[in-house]
Design a protein around this ligand. Structure first.
Ligand code: ATP
Ligand code: MG
Length: 239
């Protein structure tokens, strides 16, 4: 599988505090890779470092043949890297449709607003509603729709199941599976390890800003003791 994203030796601080320590990972073209770890392990910081939102102190980020380390986020986005942030973050006073229109890119591509509405009919129904009035699940769908209309080749998804009812989680994962089928590469952060491992081909586990495990997702999914020892917790059942 050809490499789309390659992160090497990433070190990132918040002020004087070292958060990421020598984090290396890769995502292949069309591959889904899970990034797991306990609260505070550094998962979101890894994504922010890749995206240029929190530039790293050391290390390199290569994407589709470009060295993008520390590039401003808008330039990274222009290269086709999508982001579904933790907590969703959208323009709360704008409607569903307006949020999508702002994110739509001018390069064009398979994912238009019309196609997003076809795949997420709920969003079509809610096109006129202000994003701030959507439920958590509806906001997650909008966050995914917004990333899609930018026609990404790689999408970084941070805890898409957070705070959602099991049926909504299923719906969100159905969309992610569809993305995967259409060969969009995914870096997926999840608290629910088993859920992410079902979707991913490979997985990395972070602990205190270091990669403490990497390997095939299926292998890790089948080894509950290993998950428990890596993440120091009992594993929630996958939905
Ligand atoms: N803006 C910030 N300023 C200072 N410290 C921060 C900041 N953001 C995160 N941190 C710290 O960095 C560490 C890693 O945080 P990060 O958000 O990357 O973890 P995470 O793995 O995404 O956790 P969670 O599962 O809770 O989302 C934590 O100790 C956190 O308190
Ligand atoms: Mg996080």
């Amino acid at each position: 599988m050809s490499e789309l994203l390659a992160v090497e030796g990433l070190c990132t601080n918040y002020g004087k505090i070292r958060i990421l320590r020598d984090v290396s990972l890769t995502v292949g073209e069309g591959e889904c890779v899970a990034l797991l770890g306990l609260n505070g392990a550094g998962k979101t910081t890894t994504m922010r470092s890749i995206l240029g939102l929190t530039p790293p102190r050391a290390g390199t980020v290569r994407y589709a043949g470009h060295t993008i380390t520390g590039w401003p986020a808008y330039k990274v986005a222009r290269l086709g890297v999508g982001y579904v942030p933790e907590g969703r973050r959208m323009f709360k006073d704008l409607s569903t449709l307006e949020n999508l229109q702002l994110a739509e890119n001018s390069r064009g591509g398979d994912w238009t607003i019309a196609r997003v509405f076809e795949h997420l009919p709920k969003l079509a129904e809610l096109r006129g509603r202000k994003a701030g009035r959507l439920s958590g699940g509806e906001q997650e769908m909008l966050a995914i729709g917004r990333a899609l209309v930018a026609n990404p080749r790689l999408i970084l998804v941070d805890e898409p199941s957070q705070g959602l009812a099991p049926l909504v989680v299923e719906e969100v994962y159905r969309i992610l599976a569809e993305l995967k089928n259409s060969r969009v590469a995914i870096l997926l952060v999840e608290q629910n390890a088993l859920l992410a491992l079902k979707m991913a081909e490979r997985a990395y586990v972070l602990d205190s800003g270091r990669v403490v495990h990497d390997g095939p997702a299926a292998e890790l999914a089948g080894d509950r003791d290993r998950i428990r020892s890596l993440m120091g917790m009992d594993v929630a059942p996958a939905n």
